[in-house]
Design a protein around this ligand. Structure first.
Ligand code: ZN
Length: 250
């Protein structure tokens, strides 16, 4: 089974369309889609992005902190000013039907396939929505909070692998074209990066393709029309900083 993993799209329609177009153009047969939260927030096209996700044939979607903020489950006082402003704007324009969809998403998704167990969530196994896994210290604690072989997470917008071997945990940043091989004897915390607002200094859209039979995860980066997204951010009077950070990849 081949699974497309998308995280942190953040209402960036250009980036999302580019990823989906790439899959179609390269005729990559995708059996399932997992979307790891933050479809909305920051960017200019929340309705269009939620619509595209909802149209994906066999998809599972879980919420991120931005969905929880839009639907009133977390207080935006802990968000930075730009994020808070974008949440308020998103709330105003989001169609009711999409609100209901985002409001009803489950915290995690699980999958068992070809002898391995997978867990999908936004933040961390310990705190599904809000915790960031930035380093091996946080990864170590979180490896004790789930039982599956592999956990896919988002939230940090950084493509990275935390690999748990018998006596140590290693952090391995992931780049375009990297292939993670999944082995029975190890455990994995994997972030495939952000589609719509990468923060690892590489502005290209980031995503992953899991092949459960081959037991591999491919990391892919794609250029997209950043200028177009930036223009819409400015035209819609969202904070300018949300536009500039896209080309900085920060
Ligand atoms: Zn995010």
């Amino acid at each position: 089974m081949r699974i497309l993993i998308l995280a942190d799209i953040h209402s960036n329609l250009e980036a999302l369309k580019k990823v989906l177009f790439y899959i179609e153009q390269k005729k990559i047969a995708i059996d399932k889609y997992y979307v790891l939260g933050d479809i909305v927030g920051y960017g200019p096209f929340p309705n269009e992005c939620v619509q595209l996700i909802r149209e994906l044939p066999d998809h599972k979607s879980i919420p991120g902190n931005h969905e929880w903020a839009v639907t009133g489950k977390v207080d935006t006082q802990y968000f930075n000013a730009h994020a808070r402003e974008a949440i308020a704007w998103t709330r105003k324009i989001l169609k009711n039907d999409h609100y209901i969809y985002l409001d009803g998403l489950p915290l995690t998704e699980k999958l068992q396939s070809d002898g391995l167990k997978y867990l999908f969530l936004h933040g961390s196994p310990e705190n599904k929505i809000e915790e960031y896994i930035f380093n091996t210290y946080m990864a170590k604690r979180n490896f004790n909070c789930f039982k599956e072989n592999i956990c896919f997470f988002g939230h940090t917008h950084m493509p990275i692998l935390f690999l748990k071997m018998e006596h140590k945990i290693e952090a391995i940043p992931l780049n375009d074209g990297d292939v993670v091989e999944l082995k029975d004897e190890y455990r994995y915390l994997i972030n495939v990066g952000s589609v719509g607002q990468p923060r690892d200094g590489d502005p290209r859209a980031s995503f992953g393709i899991l092949d459960t039979e081959r037991r591999t995860v491919l990391i892919k980066r794609l250029d997209y029309n950043i200028k177009k997204t930036q223009k819409h951010i400015i035209d819609f009077k969202l904070p300018r900083g949300l536009a500039t950070r896209l080309s900085d990849g920060r």
